[in-house]
Each structure stands twice: as structure tokens, then as C-alpha cells.
Write a protein that binds this ligand. Structure first.
Ligand code: GLY
Length: 356
């Protein structure tokens, strides 16, 4: 697992640190970041893995939709990542997955509360392309997946997930872990030498085995100038059985429109649903705001509801405009995203600015 430390820069000082300033392996998000397309962007440092799967397709003039699906599958398979069947379970010890996919012409599909299927993002695409519906859930989604050739996995927890779930059961507090994406470095027994405050780049595996985020999301702009997006997640750790987050809800966890842009989110899904987060971001871009300004406005709407509550949680938005501009904004420090295009074929990680 890579560990990165970001120099802390007051937001007021940001204009002085434009695109070329690199701190270690991550760069503070510049304003605005306009890149050549095709381009793919994914949430978190592990977005590099997702982008690495998407880029070969985009580079060969493949479609944004194929690229984001490939990114989602790579995230769902990546052992060091924190989505997919190896992720933490709900409070009853079952891993339940949510995913969505969308193109820029209103085509979309999603699955929620899906168990024992390795690639929910591909099931979501099947829903989009072969059914008259948008969202299939639970047993019906699983039946649909199996009928379409997706293998039914054994449903056993990964050894790490089982250990953590059993530890959680000792207290068995019914208290959703709302802060999973903003764990503080002070909780670490062996923090990275250069860590301070909470400025530790996710994904990071804490001493207690937890990951500090649970969602991977990708947006791509292909060589024909079309957009697509996807989100895949195991949702909140030890969630109430049946809980569904923002990721499979079109306009909450992800929204794409070829007239304006694409937006994805990661973080406490309930807060994103309450403000129709990514739809808000895309509509702000349509109205002329830059991707970063648009993401910032969505974060502001979350914070204004309850600032004290917002201080205790993380939500990050990542947006890609139809013109190839990229921007992000989060409630807390530490929300990173990876950008891959011809300029950065191996990917480059940026840190989003934050409200707090
Ligand atoms: N953002 C993912 C979730 O809340 O489930």
C-alpha cells in the first residue's frame, strides 16, 4: 500500500502553487486543470489501478463506457482495494455491493444490495443494455446476474474482513461507521514517518485492518468527445442489513451528461443522496461553473445542513467536464484522485481541496 504525505497549504495560498508544483508523488489540485482527451479520472490513489485498466482502451480510441467498466472491474478485483467481495460486510456479516454505470446520453444501469457476484459494475451495464429498467436490487439483481452468466461466488468473507467483523461484533454497537473515509492518523500505532494531522492519503490500511474508504468511482472522456462514468462500492462498513448508499442512485453517486460533464462521489452516501450530489455538480457545470467550483457547491450544500456533523465525515466529489477540465472538492483533507491521459500515461495523483 502506498503512503503519501501532502504538504499542507492554506487554500488562500493555492493560486501560488499552480499545476507544476509537485509534492512527493501527489500534486495539489490546480485550478482549473484542463487536459488532453481521451482522459480517465478515478477517485483515490487506488484510482491509478482503475485508470491503468481503462487507459489502454481509451488510447486505442475505445469508448468511454468500455473504459469505465474496465476501471470498475479492476477495482473490484484489486486485492489491496476496498470494494468488491473482499470488502467489509454489513453488521450481519454479509458483503453487499452497489454499482452504477452511465453514458453521456442518458443510458444508465445500476445494481444495489447485490451479494456473491464479483463484478457488480458489469451487471449494472447489463441492466442498462438489456432491460427496460435502470436499477435492480437484492435477490432479483442476483438472479439477473446469474441468468446472464455471472458466476455465483461462495459468499465467504475474506480472512481480513472476517477478523474485523468479529472484532466489531465484540461490542456489536449498532453505530454505522460514518467516518470510515477520514480516519485520523493519530489512531495509528505505527504511523508513516511523515504523517501528521489527518493528512494521510487514502487508501490506507489502518492498524486495526480497516480501510479509510470504501468506494471507487471513475469518469472518462473518449477520443470522440463522449463521456461515461461508473461507481462501485461495498458501502459503509457494518451497515444495517439492506442499507443502500448513493453509488447505485443515478444523480446521487454518479451522473453524466454529454452536454455538460460527468461527476462521481465517494464518502457518506446518505449525505450525497440528500442533495442529489452528482446531479448538482453536473448542473453547476452546465451553468458555467468549473468542475472544482461545481464540486465545491455540492460540498457546501452538505455542510450547510449541519456543519458539526459534516466535520465528522468525509464526502468527496470528482468531476470531468465535456471540455476536458477536471476538478474535485471534499469536506475533509485527504481526498485524492488519479488522472491518466497521453500526458500522464501511468497516471498522476492529485489531492482535492477541502472545506475544512
Ligand atoms: N459512497 C458509498 C456509500 O455510502 O455507500
Amino acid at each position: 500500500m502506498e503512503r503519501r504525505k501532502f504538504l499542507q497549504i492554506p487554500i488562500a495560498a493555492v493560486p501560488a502553487f499552480l499545476a507544476s508544483r509537485v509534492f512527493g508523488q501527489a500534486t495539489l489540485s490546480p485550478l482549473p486543470l484542463k487536459v488532453k482527451f481521451p482522459v480517465v479520472v478515478s477517485t483515490w490513489d487506488s484510482g491509478i489501478t482503475a485508470n491503468n485498466a481503462a487507459w489502454p482502451l481509451l488510447e486505442k480510441k475505445g469508448t468511454a463506457l468500455d473504459a469505465v467498466e474496465a476501471a470498475g472491474r479492476a477495482s473490484e478485483e484489486e486485492p489491496s482495494c476496498c470494494v468488491g467481495l473482499r470488502a467489509w460486510p454489513d453488521r450481519d456479516g454479509r458483503v453487499t455491493l452497489d454499482a452504477s454505470i452511465m453514458d453521456g446520453d442518458g443510458g444508465c444501469g445500476s445494481v444495489s444490495f447485490l451479494e456473491r457476484i464479483k463484478h457488480p459494475v458489469s451487471v449494472a451495464r447489463k441492466v442498462m443494455e438489456t432491460t427496460p429498467h435502470v436499477l435492480l436490487s437484492g435477490e432479483g439483481a442476483q438472479m439477473f446476474a446469474v441468468a446472464n452468466g455471472f458466476p455465483l461466488e461462495d459468499g465467504k468473507l475474506s480472512p481480513d474482513a472476517e477478523k474485523e467483523w468479529k472484532k466489531w461484533l465484540e461490542k456489536s454497537q449498532y453505530k454505522p461507521v460514518i467516518n470510515i473515509e477520514n480516519r485520523n492518523v493519530s489512531e495509528l500505532k505505527n504511523p508513516p514517518a511523515n504523517a501528521g494531522g489527518s493528512d494521510i492519503a487514502p487508501p490506507y490500511r489502518f492498524d486495526d485492518g480497516s480501510f479509510n474508504h470504501d468506494t471507487m468511482a471513475t469518469a472518462a472522456l473518449d477520443s470522440s468527445g463522449k463521456l461515461a462514468g461508473m461507481v462501485t462500492t461495498s458501502g459503509m462498513a457494518f451497515k444495517m442489513r439492506g442499507r443502500v448508499g448513493d453509488s447505485p442512485i443515478i444523480g446521487a453517486g454518479m451522473f453524466v451528461d454529454n452536454e455538460a460533464g460527468a461527476a462521481v462521489s465517494s464518502g457518506v452516501g446518505e449525505e450525497v443522496i440528500r442533495i442529489c450530489g452528482t446531479h448538482t455538480v453536473v448542473e453547476q457545470m452546465r451553468a458555467g461553473r468549473s468542475p472544482e467550483q461545481a464540486c465545491r457547491e455540492a460540498v457546501r450544500r452538505i455542510v450547510k445542513r449541519d456543519a458539526a456533523k459534516a466535520k465528522q465525515m468525509q464526502v468527496g466529489f470528482l468531476a470531468l467536464s465535456i471540455k476536458g477540465e477536471i476538478g474535485a472538492f471534499a469536506i475533509q483533507k485527504g481526498f485524492t484522485y488519479a488522472v491518466t491521459n497521453s500526458e500522464w500515461p501511468k497516471g498522476k495523483v492529485f489531492e482535492a481541496k477541502s472545506y475544512f
